[in-house]
Design a protein around this ligand. Sequence first.
Ligand code: BG6
Length: 508
Amino acid sequence: MVATNDTTVLIFGASGDLTSRKLIPALFRLSQQQYLSVRSPVIGVARRPKSHDEFRTEMREKVQARLGLDKFDAAAWDVFANQLFYQQLDLTDASEYAMLKTSVQAIESQVGAGNDASRIVYLATTPDLIAPAVEGLDVSGMIPPRESKSILRVVVEKPFGRDLKSAQELTLTLSRHLQESQIYRIDHYLGKETVQNILLFRFGNAIFEPLLNRNHVDHIQITVAEELGMEGARGGYYDTSGAMRDVLQNHVLQLLCLIAMDPPSLFQAREIRDEKMKVLQALRPGVSGPIENWAIRAQYTAGLVDGQPTLGYREEDRVNPNSNRETYVAMRVALDNWRWAGVPFFLRTGKRLPKQMTEIAIQFKNPPLNLFSTVECDGDLCDLVETRPNTLILRIQPQEAISLRFSTKRPGMNYQVQPVSMDFEYGAHFTAQLPEAYERLLLDVMRGDSTLFTRSDELEAAWRFVTPVLESWESSSAAPDFYPAATWGPRSADQLISETKACWRAPK
Ligand code: BG6
């Protein structure tokens, strides 16, 4: 394995949850696998004063607690800790960035990084600190001029705005200081191994792709279901966000792009993102008429999770007791293009659903003639006498898998149709642990590969589609629909899909 070139990683917002929960563990794993050169310092930057050693100890405790003592490799951590540093900085004070630059240079020469080392600034901050941070970097001369050999890449975390207008403003702010090629907008879903496999599965095999179009597909369901509710202090953030901004606008629409896009002419960032962009440009409401006809919002009420009573959303910590914020969204959308015209896409995401499950299910059309429908019904096998449509399921998580459902003859003297499944399970085929999304994405930033990051036009197209829905919900005093915790959402979502004679998948 080859370490990337020397790269200095600066994490702005180093005292936040994301740093200890995702970024440091991912960088530690990259270091263990020798993807992170020992001459690549990782510098946590935050407002509180702290020594390098205090930061190292704090990160070690958190990573160790996360991994468990038995899985924590202390010797490997000691190697990694040598390249871990801390710098105090008030991100809002532009005058402090000159001092940051001097400290970074001193650390780089301490670890022996080459003169042409590249730098990454990871903005793991709240959105209001993004503009001061890029301004400060610019003022201090840390953003190299276009013609320079030095490299600075800036990673931005979601939320990228909260509607079309604020997203455009953010893009403008960033573009005043950075070129688009220096900006890496993270959607961690794109770093998941199984999400990357969607493109390989589609375009690395010849037999599936010819079927993925309006001639053969009845409809497609994309589900991002979560069992969790508002754990920790999440309610405060979530009550200003909701399921649409938190998951549908980004993760779900990215999955839609990957399953619906045309093959790119080259497997490269620009060509892939161009094809995704075409999907977003073709995105339309699934039926005409008012928004309620194709977009449902709902909120969970109290329920029983594993036999234990749980709170309703409005009773959760830091949530407004009268909140109308949606914890569930279901939508019927369409793609107005040659490949998908007339094929409904059903999208849904929600908190406090019966289980965690992210999947894309492609349901094919029924055979043109049901030769077996006249077979006599036989007791408890009544439901087996008709062929069921084929379904191809890409299970993103957990129990990552790809399954194809098809009908077979149930052994016996009659023609009884039995649906069966052909399964490929990652766990059964690959012994290596699947890399964490952030490992892959951080490595890609170091390599300068922006394929798995969202471009500004994609972002705007996604906001352009969901903003009118959000505006309609937020300007209405009507309450959302409700669903008890640990159920698969409101009845209105069932009606949304049943109009096409389909139903949501609800795996056990
Ligand atoms: C995040 C959302 O982007 O994605 C969270 O902010 C959500 O609310 C999470 O829980 C889901 O990601 P994953 O990887 O757990 O499916």
